[in-house]
Design a binder for this molecule. Structure first.
Ligand SMILES: Nc1ncnc2c1ncn2[C@@H]1O[C@H](COP(=O)(O)OP(=O)(O)OP(=O)(O)O)[C@@H](O)[C@H]1O
Ligand SMILES: [Mg+2]
Length: 244
């Protein structure tokens, strides 16, 4: 479980988050919806302890990580898989090497177990036959699936997605969303999906928080978004997509 309590954050003089509180439960898919530049990626960085808030607390599985030192944060980050907006794959490594990289480098697992876990993720992500290809020869949707497989290979408790469908065509987006939905079969795995695409929210999220001008203006089960009265939410429901 990840909790933000009254988190405020400024970049220089610019106030980005103003007393933001959020809870992401295990076994639950939570979307954070908001326009471009509102601070969505910043929230994911706070959850990973990559940046520190000016005030408030960030709590992961009951541990306050707000002022935790970098060395202690490694163990915390291992609980969380991160899928970056640009995927962050290694261009010169094959798909199988990309998937196994952090297991080899960080966990130093026996090679047999690495191969088993890589094979499991290749199957989960539907990448059979592409093991020895380089990322550049894959479509955007397939690269995203590699990034998801790589985030899952540590067997995290929580997976964080930054704009998982941005820039993908509708068919590839659908595949990514159904892959995210299939995470539900994995007991206790929670997910955070940061997005500006409202269809993503309705397709995968159990709950949704809407971030607008530094504040959470809605946080509830996804179906209730239809009844929200805030003018910004009314406008995104009619336009379907926020400006990028
Ligand atoms: N390291 C930084 N220093 C100064 N300003 C920053 C920094 N990182 C982000 N910002 C600014 O803070 C605001 C929030 O950034 P953030 O990347 O969290 O937004 P976002 O909601 O993820 O946007 P997008 O939809 O474009 O991905 C933006 O205006 C951005 O320009
Ligand atoms: Mg962002």
């Amino acid at each position: 479980m990840i909790e933000l309590h009254n988190v405020s954050l400024k970049y220089g003089e610019k106030e980005i988050l103003n007393k933001v509180s959020l809870t992401v439960k295990d076994n639950n898919i939570k979307a954070i919806l908001g326009p471009s530049g509102v601070g969505k990626s910043t929230i994911l960085k706070l959850m990973l302890g990559l940046i520190k808030p000016n005030s408030g607390q960030v709590i992961v599985d009951g541990t306050d990580i707000t002022n935790m030192k970098e060395i202690s944060l490694y163990a915390i980050r291992r609980k969380m898989g991160m899928v970056f907006q640009g995927n962050a794959l290694f261009d010169s490594m094959t798909i199988a090497q990309n998937l196994g990289f952090f297991l080899r480098e960080n966990l130093k697992l026996p090679e047999k177990e690495i191969i088993e876990r890589v094979t499991e993720q290749i199957q989960f992500a539907g990448l059979e036959g592409y093991e020895d290809q380089l990322p550049e020869s894959l479509s955007g949707g397939m690269r995203k699936r590699v990034a998801i497989g790589r985030a899952l290979i540590f067997k995290p408790h929580m997976i964080l997605f930054d704009e998982p469908t941005a820039g993908l065509d509708p068919v590839s987006s659908k595949k990514i969303l159904s892959l995210i939905n299939s995470l539900r079969a994995n007991n206790n795995l929670g997910a955070v999906i940061v997005t500006h695409i409202i269809d993503d929210v309705f397709n995968v999220a159990d709950t949704v928080a809407v971030l607008y001008k530094g504040e959470i203006i809605f946080d509830d089960v996804t179906e209730k978004l239809h009844d929200a009265q805030h003018p910004f939410i009314r406008s995104i429901l009619s336009d379907k997509i926020l400006e990028v």
